[in-house]
Write a protein that binds this ligand. Sequence first.
Ligand SMILES: *Cc1c(COP(=O)(O)O)cnc(C)c1O
Length: 229
Amino acid sequence: MISEKEFSRNLSTVKEQIEKACYKYGRSAEDVTLLPVTKNWPVDAVKICEVNGIKRVGENRVQEALQKMESTQGTGYDLIGHLQSNKAKMVVGKFSCIQSVDSFKILDKLAKIANELNVKQPILLQVNAGKDPAKFGVSIEEVPEVLEKALNLSSLRVDGFMTIAPYAPDNNKVARDCFASLCQLRERMSEIYNENFQELSMGMSGDLNEAIAEGSTMIRVGSALFGLR
Ligand SMILES: *Cc1c(COP(=O)(O)O)cnc(C)c1O
């Protein structure tokens, strides 16, 4: 596990990278939220974030996140990993945002449970904007249909979209095209449904510049902050 000192250094580096990219693409750094991804690290990773004034982290496994929630206070958790429908009842009302909503089935489940609990659960639709067969996510073509359904579920609040670019470390264009597709999709959907869909959760350690170039509002960063495992 990383030391506080190393983490602070990495955090400065990542923030600087975000600021530089924002400057380059004519955006305000305030419009890009950094979501540290603490998955696979002990709860101390969340506590180091808290010490550094960060109040929201990303986790990709339900059980691991729930355990961490028990020993932290005041930190919000975003679920960024695929959610199986049999775990839906464990996440509603617990996560600040469920970013990985990727099917009609999971939408229905979440809505039903949120209704029962009388909460309004923020979600993002995960879109397979890079058409990567190895990735979860609603296809671009299916988004209007899924979105329409989601907007009719009063116990859910659709804040925007999330995507993970196909893995192509030697070709920045693959990620950039993927992010551009998601941004265009958001614009089309905003027009059709007259909603903001403000959040575009896209970009990770390796492709955050491309994501900022294409309008990302949330960068999910694991290894650049905590190192590799
Ligand atoms: C692990 C993970 C990240 C962070 O990836 P890094 O490359 O370590 O920054 C971002 N998003 C999702 C969905 C992840 O599972």
